[in-house]
Write a protein that binds this ligand. Structure first.
Ligand SMILES: Nc1nc2c(c(=O)[nH]1)N[C@H]1C(S)=C(S)[C@@H](COP(=O)(O)OP(=O)(O)OC[C@H]3O[C@@H](n4cnc5c(=O)[nH]c(N)nc54)[C@H](O)[C@@H]3O)O[C@H]1N2
Ligand SMILES: Nc1nc2c(c(=O)[nH]1)N[C@H]1C(S)=C(S)[C@@H](COP(=O)(O)OP(=O)(O)OC[C@H]3O[C@@H](n4cnc5c(=O)[nH]c(N)nc54)[C@H](O)[C@@H]3O)O[C@H]1N2
Ligand code: SF4
Ligand SMILES: [Mo]
Length: 734
């Protein structure tokens, strides 16, 4: 007798006629999966598949990676440079020389008239590392504006700042292999199954083998929370309070690793005095987690042999973002959970190359975690680039979020946006819109021409994307992987590296500074600058990286010459006693007093607005909105809303409602689900002119990252559902 599947027709995978597979690393999230793209006999990309011998993904891909080849000829790609005198005029097509000359002339004009720093450059976490390095050399070494930052301020700035404060340097100390060694995992504000599906799969596989408990701290019942052993549905924005209470219990009950603390840290007594104030009974009322659960989690965490913590935007995107990261590090340090297998504090990165920009873009400093504030670092880089040391500023300039405030106040007059779309991704977009309108000059360099931000540009530069280019990216676990050119950029579009090099020629007429043309050569130049530093990559080159399916830094020339194979997965930082990056090698335990400064629900705006992501979409959907197999899952702006609230308000599934915040309003479809509590809605921020019309985005004092996840709204019924549907269509235009 035949049962189940064997009775049915077998699944047929369409033969796409692939004659050749080409290697790349995925260009969406920071997991860093290795992909092969299949080309048919005409050389057209027709399929993507995971690379079986890549340690990260071991043959798997998620919903985005599997359709990534469809990006190459998707709708809305920029095919030619465009130009206009005023942002509201119609575009005129132009040639590259005219477009680049105009940007060059405008930069000089604005700098001459208003000062060097009045022209700002905003970059991204979604280019290749050699492109970041080249842009950094151009911006710091030749253009000379200090107001140069990236969209990573919206994303990883709190993690960077928290790592620096705790350990004396940025750089995630753990790796994916830690899942295989850990005895307990806490995930803070991270929805792995949707946002890092392949890291989730690695975690899940390790958990099935080893059976460690998973504790999820998230106000929503996310897919990860559904799979948790303990779910802590925390009151938004109060993670630091919970962290202090966990430390309170650990220290009260003497569960800390005192030997580790004595040998590796400073500041224990001050931390102890602060957490003394956070007894679980009082804290329960603030963070919404009952005192017994707090005590239980503290004991489990401190008594696990090796305990691991991961986190993402639920921590970083808060007015206590940097503190939340330091809190995680504090917990790890007092229990000796850094630098050992399964014992780590691992920030799960966001964009495919958010790590590469931290390491090499010079956005907040100088290449390879060098600081503008340190004279030897300035000297070293000035000499290496052959520029005048005095040309470099002595401290970092504005963060992206502050650059917008400076445009508002007229301090900044010109802007070059590269692979980021602030009109969709910055909080409180009506304020951003006014700032964009105020600019004397704006250039947008994007692989799509139909972005919200390009509406405000005077020059548009069409860029290649992902595997239309060549270069490396660094993933969450410090692994550098390589992207090889698989397709040509469409029309006249050019790789970002080409664009930077052509722009550099205009600022470098005497040829004082060298700008290598090819990514593999630039990588070797970076290797020279990395010798002896935390992120030493001098043992790597493009070829070895591809052969290894990614190499983790550090990998030094000495290691390579002595025959040590490149690390492909298990390498950690801070494995030796007192090996942190502060002068005395000790990490800092930092007390974290909590001040509640968020917008919280009140009578007029009684519901929390929580924003974030869906598995099928990427940010402003410039990419996934054009790929049918991704877009079909959620083409319409919607909220997750609790069924009890729906019942109370008489809202039906699929009905359009209006969300109103103190900033503006937005029309969304109601999707009742128990994932959110009755006093919260969750709104994916992927849709045009929607979530960020509403968000307030108060800034973290250390990292200047916006609190995207804590705003207050009210929900209004809409009588005219037809008109609501029409308005919602408007929001889907992009
Ligand atoms: N499919 C897909 N994957 C992506 C991306 C994408 O756009 N689409 N983007 C990439 C990027 S750049 C990033 S940064 C990452 C983001 O990855 P994640 O951070 O995992 O994703 P988010 O949905 O932004 O937020 C995660 C969770 O934070 C929770 N949260 C909200 N407020 C709080 C709070 O106060 N405390 C705690 N503990 N949790 C809270 C939310 O309920 C949400 O479930 O994803 C990356 N991967
Ligand atoms: N409400 C709310 N807002 C948020 C967040 C949230 O959770 N809630 N999350 C924040 C976070 S973590 C992030 S990272 C930001 C992301 O914010 P953005 O950086 O604005 O997001 P993207 O839509 O990915 O923008 C990237 C742009 O670069 C273009 N691009 C892609 N590849 C290339 C390339 O190779 N070259 C060039 N030149 N262009 C390219 C894309 O078409 C796109 O227009 O959003 C932030 N905004
Ligand atoms: S998990 Fe991230 S890196 Fe891997 S295929 Fe999906 S989007 Fe790409
Ligand atoms: Mo991000």
């Amino acid at each position: 007798m035949l049962f189940g599947r064997s009775k049915k027709n077998p699944v047929r995978i369409a033969d796409k006629g692939v004659v050749e597979w080409k290697y790349a690393a995925c260009g969406y999230c920071s997991t860093g999966c290795s992909i092969e793209v299949g080309l048919n006999a005409e050389g057209k990309a027709v399929a993507s598949r995971g690379v079986a011998d890549a340690d990260v993904n071991r043959g798997k891909l998620c919903l985005k990676g599997i359709f990534e080849h469809e990006l190459f000829d998707s709708a809305g790609r920029g095919l030619e440079p465009k130009i206009r005198d005023q942002w509201h005029q119609p575009w005129q097509p132009t040639d590259w020389d005219t477009a680049l000359d105009r940007i060059h002339d405008e930069i000089l004009r604005i700098q001459e008239k208003y000062g060097r720093d009045s022209f700002a450059v905003i970059s991204t976490g979604q280019m290749l590392t050699e492109e970041f390095y080249t842009l950094g050399k151009l911006t710091r070494g030749l253009i000379g504006t200090n107001n140069y930052d990236g969209n990573t301020t919206l994303c990883m700035a709190s993690a960077v700042s928290g790592y620096k404060r705790s350990f004396g340097s940025d750089g995630p100390p753990g790796c994916y292999e830690d899942f295989e060694h850990t005895d307990l995992l806490i995930a803070w504000g991270s929805n792995l199954p949707e946002q890092h599906p392949i890291i989730y799969w690695r975690m899940k596989e390790a958990q099935e083998k080893k059976g460690f408990p998973l504790i999820v701290v998230d106000p929503r019942v996310t897919m990860l929370a559904q799979n948790a052993d303990i779910h802590l549905p925390i009151t938004p924005g109060t993670d630091v309070v919970l962290q202090n209470a966990l430390m309170h219990v650990i220290l009260k009950e003497g569960l800390q690793d005192q030997d580790y603390i004595d040998a590796n840290t400073n500041g224990f007594e001050d931390l102890k005095a602060e957490v003394e104030k956070y007894d679980p009974t009082t804290v329960a009322k603030i963070c919404g987690i009952d005192e017994d659960t707090i005590r239980h989690v503290a004991r489990r965490f401190a008594s696990a042999g090796a305990a691991m913590q991961i986190w993402t935007m639920g921590i970083n995107q808060s007015t206590h973002g940097s503190d939340g990261v330091v809190g995680i590090n504090n917990l790890a340090l007092i229990t000796g959970n850094i630098g050992k297998p399964g014992g780590t504090s691992l920030s799960i990165t966001g964009q495919c190359n958010a790590m590469g920009t931290r390491e090499w873009s010079s956005c907040s400093g100088l290449p390879n975690y060098r600081y503008l504030e340190i004279p030897e670092h300035r000297k070293e880089i000035a000499k290496f680039w052959n520029i005048d040391e005095e040309f470099l500023p002595r401290k970092r300039g504005m963060f992206q979020t502050d650059i917008y405030h400076a445009i508002e106040s007229g301090q900044i007059k010109g802007l070059w946006l590269i692979a980021t779309n602030p009109m969709s991704s910055l909080p409180n977009t009506s304020r951003i819109r006014k700032a964009m309108e105020k600019l004397e000059f704006c250039a947008v360099q994007d692989c799509y021409e139909d972005t919200e931000s390009a509406q405000y540009a005077h020059v548009y530069l069409p860029a290649g994307t992902w595997a239309e280019k060549e270069g490396v990216m660094t993933n969450t676990e410090r692994r550098i992987n390589v992207v090889k050119p698989i397709a040509e950029p469409p029309g006249q579009a050019k790789p970002d590296l080409w664009i930077f090099n052509r722009m550099a020629e205009r600022f470098n007429r005497e040829g004082k500074v060298t700008f290598p043309e090819k990514a593999p050569d630039i990588f070797l130049e970076m290797g020279q600058l990395s010798v002896g530093r935390l992120s030493d990559i001098s043992g790597m080159d493009h070829e070895l990286i591809e052969k290894s399916r990614g190499i983790q830094w550090p990998y030094t020339k000495e290691e390579k010459d002595s025959g040590q194979p490149p690390p492909r997965g298990g390498r950690r930082l801070y494995t030796e006693t007192a090996s942190f990056r502060y002068e005395d090698g000790r990490a800092k335990l930092i007390p974290l007093p909590f001040i509640d400064n968020n917008e919280v629900p009140d009578e007029k705006f009684p519901v929390w607005l929580n924003t974030g992501r869906l598995i099928e979409h990427w940010h402003g959907r410039t990419k996934t909105g054009k790929i049918g197999n991704n877009n079909k899952y959620s083409p319409i702006p919607f909220i997750e809303i609790n069924p009890d609230l729906c019942a109370e308000m008489g809202i039906q599934r699929g009905e359009y409602v209006r969300l109103v915040s103190r900033r503006s309003d937005a029309i969304v479809m109601a999707e009742p689900t128990q994932r959110v509590p009755k006093n919260m809605v969750f709104l994916p921020f992927h849709f045009h002119d929607c979530a960020n019309r509403l968000t307030l985005g108060l800034l973290d004092p250390h990292s200047r990252q916006p609190a995207y996840k804590q705003s207050a709204v009210r929900i209004e019924k809409i009588a005219d559902q037809k008109e609501a549907a029409r308005l919602s269509m408007e929001m889907r235009k992009f």
